[in-house]
Write a protein that binds this ligand. Structure first.
Ligand code: RB5
Length: 147
């Protein structure tokens, strides 16, 4: 069976979580595409948001994961890309509901806000929850029509 491909990007505040996610996801049957950054040198988060969003909106990757200090900058940048529905999640229930209702395709996380263990639980919930469709299809289409 073909592996689900996930694009991961981070700035200097999020690269440590990203590295740990890549190790975890690779060991758990996912294929990871790492767009960087991979060091503590200061970089600009919109650059990495754009790289991940391009991979998701082209269909090359099913999901994207973006990590910065708060997750806010990454989510602002990601949601400016057509076809991207990025959700900043700080808890498991938001992660579950954004997949169920918004069909979110990019998960944003704040490495300076939540622990790695919480981030991993949020990621696992995001990846294991399916869009419920029904009346939410119309709303998701309205979102995609905005840009
Ligand atoms: C970088 O210092 C920080 O501004 C960035 O990681 C993020 O939190 C922006 O939203």
């Amino acid at each position: 069976m073909e592996k689900i491909k996930i694009a991961l990007g981070a700035d200097h505040a999020g690269y440590v979580y990203k590295a740990k996610f890549i190790e975890y996801l690779s060991q758990n049957g996912y294929e990871c595409v790492n767009v960087g950054t991979d060091t503590a040198d200061s970089v600009d988060y919109p650059v990495y948001a754009e790289k991940v969003c391009a991979l998701v909106s082209s269909g090359e990757c099913k999901f994207g994961v973006l990590i910065c200090g708060t997750g806010i900058g990454m989510s602002m940048a990601a949601n400016k890309h057509h076809g991207i529905r990025a959700a900043l999640c700080g808890d498991v229930e938001s992660s579950r509901l954004t997949r169920l209702h918004n069909d979110a395709n990019v998960l944003c996380l704040g490495a300076r806000i939540i622990s790695y263990d919480d981030a991993l639980e949020i990621l696992n919930t995001f990846l294991s929850t399916s869009f419920m469709g029904e009346h939410h299809v119309r709303r998701v289409k309205m979102l995609d029509d905005l840009i």
